[in-house]
Design a protein around this ligand. Sequence first.
Ligand code: SF4
Ligand code: SF4
Length: 318
Amino acid sequence: MSRYRVVALVELTGACQTRCAFCARDARASTARPMTETTFLTVLRRLRPRDVRHAELAGFGEPLLHPRIEVLLGHVAGHAVPFRLCTNGEQLDRRKLGAIDGVLERVIVPLTAADEALAARLQPGLDHERVLENLRHAARMRRTRLEVAVPALPECLDALPDTVARLRALGVRHVGVSTHVHVHGGALDAPTRTLESAREIARRRDLPDSGLDRVPPLGEILESWRTARCRCVPRNASLLIDTQGRFHDCFQDAVHEHVLGHVDLMTLREAVEERERRDAPWSLCETCALRDGFGPGELALALRDRDAGDLPGRRGVG
Ligand code: SF4
Ligand code: SF4
């Protein structure tokens, strides 16, 4: 039996106000109904600290658009597994912040740019003024950490100095670059800068790579290599649970084709073990930029940078 843990990605809804340039949400059918409260409670029962490093309310949809989000957040309170939220920030108003502060360990907002025109192009339909205003309030949370992750798209990297300065002025202390979000199994055109060069830009600016948070400790990587047929680190490090309560082979599967089973019928550990018996989902891997993003050299750098990112005094993490 395997002993490594995963990051559980819990998708609450397929709805979203925007179509970010780095998201493959368009690739999937938009008919999926939001996760029911009953399914969510079953998911919570399946998440045990020995199997899950942390859980993220995330996926191919905006979690705060779930019609009963405040009720679901109430269920999360006191859970043994730390929870995070990935949100575009438009619905992160003071009322939601009241339900979040102290309940979630972290809120992560992927922001393309502070510049209105650029943000409107890369996240069309999103009310950016409102997002920035919400960030100002969210930065004052006392018990939940706010983190803004700038996706490593070329335009976002060019605008990075301005974005960081504007975020600092709003009181946001934790700003990083995410090299993880702009590659989704090939549904997006190939990024015009490689993963490596994006990481290099982040390093030069002394900003942490937010995507590295999902890189497990070395011992758990070795354990997953011992037990799983497929050695892809990003795939084995996380487990997507969709709005219908189905476990998925790889979080890059925007179309939700590669299903392992359902939370009603199997535990999370059983889903991990089912995945260990499977080969890589090759139809996705062919065009996935992460495929070459975690070779031995990159992995060594990722582990080094992730640990360095936790050191106090590193500017990106406050
Ligand atoms: S990344 Fe998030 S906010 Fe952007 S389109 Fe996808 S689900 Fe919506
Ligand atoms: S290379 Fe394949 S298994 Fe790995 S993250 Fe990409 S799609 Fe998933």
